[in-house]
Design a protein around this ligand. Structure first.
Ligand SMILES: Nc1nc2c(ncn2[C@@H]2O[C@H](COP(=O)(O)OP(=O)(O)OP(=O)(O)O)[C@@H](O)[C@H]2O)c(=O)[nH]1
Length: 619
């Protein structure tokens, strides 16, 4: 078998359907995907485990999908004359969190159609809309489906109407399934074949395949997932990445069903994986076009974007001697994560560490958790911040990813990133949502009623105001009923200032923050108050100040105390005295000196951990 000549592809494009399932979080995408694996016989019943496709441990624990995967499902449909035609369905799983919108958009671009899945007990939510819009931008055919119809609380009639109104079809055309019981899943698979368009492409043109995912595998190096648009790819040929012009030898090519199976090639419309032996996912970027080196295509497929970190935070080992371990761990993680960027940074307060860029808060939490868990590190992270562009009076432009580097000179303007946010909620909450968005410097762009009691609100909001704790606030103010989705929408100028926190006149770099001028005072008061409680008394009085430049906006004072550990020891037990002194010395090791003030490391951890880490991992 291995010796026969490679064939361009096994499946003619007219027998292929490429689709994805798009849904709001928890509407049951993974459960339905599992059920499809089962119904198509790809995974045997006895081997089935929940969320078969989510392979990373963290994904399974958190019940979310971070990396997309593609699975090939054989499915035969029987026509009116009783003739059976075997088809190949490629199901491309998409990540479900705003941090990974770009990856979602590339996964969608690899499909001709989408199953739009909506929980029959919940109805349309913000991510349903956001994903639907992305699918429409990619010209996908949409199959509307209500899931969880087995639930007693399901209201299929009501939500079929809502969904039909949204995409402009008849309520009867909305399919009804249960990923749990399997009801309706066979009909859905048939509908995918019957209604989604088959892929088209030019078989004779130079090969073009789009990368929609790439993952690092310890044993095999980078595994790149592609969808072939034109031409074909065969093993052992040289391929080129169009964005970097780098060439690699194609060591293996194959399909996932549900484990990787090598094939003799991939042709038009086919979805599969490539292995070239490269060790770094940066050499195989999502959105890039793969072509052959011998007969390269001249034009790359559209839509490629470099991953751009949106949130930065300083990561420092609690034990300073772990710095090399942290560096190696980041180097290792980078192989698997093209969006991760970092550079060494030193903080007077925290020592040696790294300034790390993330796609968003979930990405930050995942990276931090992996560093701590897989590399046994204890880390302090500084308050996360977004990226600011500062224009100085002399015309120079500075990109600020660390608040302590905010320039001190004459500033002409500061710009911050903004997002376009979609909030869906019961209409009773319109007032409270408007209030919240206003307090976060939001601008209302539009509002639509999806039904008399459900409203969609569209806002422009500064990223810095939404990325940290906004979702929690929104949830608590709407009794959990609101859903949120957002996407980057450029930059805006804003009246932003840097607030420094000073201990006895010395700035503590780790506590500097860039905030809107109106919020500078509350931030200063909050930080000064918090530090007053966290820092133990010293032998002298310590003023804590919050300042914008040279202007102090808030102040607290830690009163002096003479700490005499020996006072407790009456009698002349010298060894006991020595022991106590030793103990005090131990304690001092974990103290950081800020100027002449001793600050216990715990104070930094406590002061930094209470804000900022707010957004829950799951949305
Ligand atoms: N009763 C019922 N529960 C379901 C059904 N489908 C999914 N669930 C449950 O709904 C919850 C969410 O399902 P998932 O499949 O993890 O949802 P998901 O959309 O893949 O979630 P993410 O991957 O986190 O986006 C789980 O507790 C499932 O057991 C269904 O048809 N009926």
């Amino acid at each position: 078998m291995a010796h026969s000549a490679p064939q361009p592809h096994a499946t003619p494009p007219e027998l292929i359907r490429n689709f994805c399932i798009i849904a709001h979080i928890d509407h049951g995408k993974s459960t339905l995907a599992d059920r499809m694996l089962q119904e198509t016989g790809v995974v045997e019943q006895r081997l089935m485990r929940a969320q078969y496709l989510d392979r990373m441990d963290i994904e399974r624990e958190r019940g979310i999908t971070i990396k997309s995967q593609a699975v090939r499902l054989p499915w035969a449909v029987v026509d009116e004359d009783g003739r059976e035609t075997a088809h190949i369905l490629n199901m491309i799983d998409t990540p479900g969190h705003v941090d990974f919108t770009y990856e979602v958009s590339r996964s969608l671009a690899a499909c001709e159609g989408a199953v739009l899945l909506v929980d029959a007990a919940q109805g349309i939510e913000a991510q349903t809309l956001a994903n639907l819009y992305l699918a429409m931008e990619n010209d996908l055919a949409i199959i509307p489906v209500l899931n969880k119809i087995d639930l007693p609380a399901a209201q299929p009639e009501k939500y079929a109407e809502e969904l039909a109104g949204l995409i402009g079809c008849a309520p009867e055309d909305v399919m009804r399934v249960s990923g749990k019981t399997g009801e309706g899943v066979i009909e859905l698979l048939d509908t995918i074949v019957r209604t989604l368009p088959a892929p088209t492409g030019n078989a004779d043109a130079p090969a073009r395949a789009m990368i929609f995912d790439s993952v690092y595998d310890t044993y095999r190096g980078v595994v790149t997932y592609v969808r072939v648009i034109d031409g074909n790819l065969t093993p052992r040929e040289k391929i080129a990445m169009m964005s970097t012009k780098a060439t690699h030898e194609l060591l293996e090519i194959g399909v996932i069903s549900p484990d990787p199976v090598p094939s003799k090639g991939l042709g038009i419309g086919e979805v599969g994986y490539l292995i070239t032996g490269v060790k770094d996912v940066r050499q195989s970027r999502v959105g890039d076009t793969v072509t052959t080196a011998t007969k390269p295509a001249t034009e790359a497929l559209g839509g490629y974007k470099d991953p751009r970190p949106m949130v930065f935070s300083g990561l420092y080992p609690i034990d300073g001697s772990d710095y090399p371990v942290l560096r190696d761990a980041l180097d290792r993680l980078k192989l698997n994560d093209a969006a991760l960027v970092y550079e060494p940074e030193t903080s007077a307060a925290l020592g040696f560490g790294f300034r790390v860029g993330f796609l968003g808060m979930l990405h930050l939490e995942i990276v931090r958790e992996r560093l701590e868990r897989e590399h046994d590190l204890d880390l302090i992270s500084t308050l996360p911040n977004v990226v600011y562009e500062v224009q100085l009076d002399d015309g120079t432009q500075v990109e600020v990813t660390n608040p302590s580097e905010f320039p001190g000179g004459k500033i002409a303007s500061v710009t911050e990133p903004v997002v376009r946010a979609t909030i869906l909620a019961p209409s009773d909450f319109i007032g409270t949502i408007m209030e919240l968005c206003q307090s976060r410097r939001g601008t209302l762009r539009g509002m639509d009623y999806l039904s008399p009691e459900r409203v969609e609100m569209r806002y422009t909001l500064p990223l810095a105001e939404i990325v940290f704790d906004f979702f929690d606030m929104l949830k608590s103010r709407t009794k959990g009923y609101a859903s949120l989705d957002y996407e980057p929408d450029g930059e805006q100028e804003a009246d932003l200032v840097k607030v420094d926190i000073l201990l006895q006149g010395d700035t503590v770099d780790a506590f500097s923050s860039i905030v809107h001028r109106d919020k500078a005072y509350p931030y200063g008061v909050m930080m000064a108050g918090k530090l007053k409680d966290l820092i133990p008394r010293q032998q002298f009085e310590v003023p804590i100040q919050a300042a914008i430049g040279a202007r102090v906006i808030a102040r607290e004072t830690i009163r002096a105390i003479r700490k005499d550990v020996l006072a407790k020891c009456y009698g002349g037990d010298i060894s006991r005295k020595r022991k106590l002194l030793e103990k005090q010395k131990e304690g001092k090791k974990r103290m950081k000196m800020v100027g002449s003030v001793e600050v216990p490391q715990e104070a930094f951890i406590a002061a930094l951990s209470q804000d900022g880490g707010g957004e829950k991992a799951k949305k």
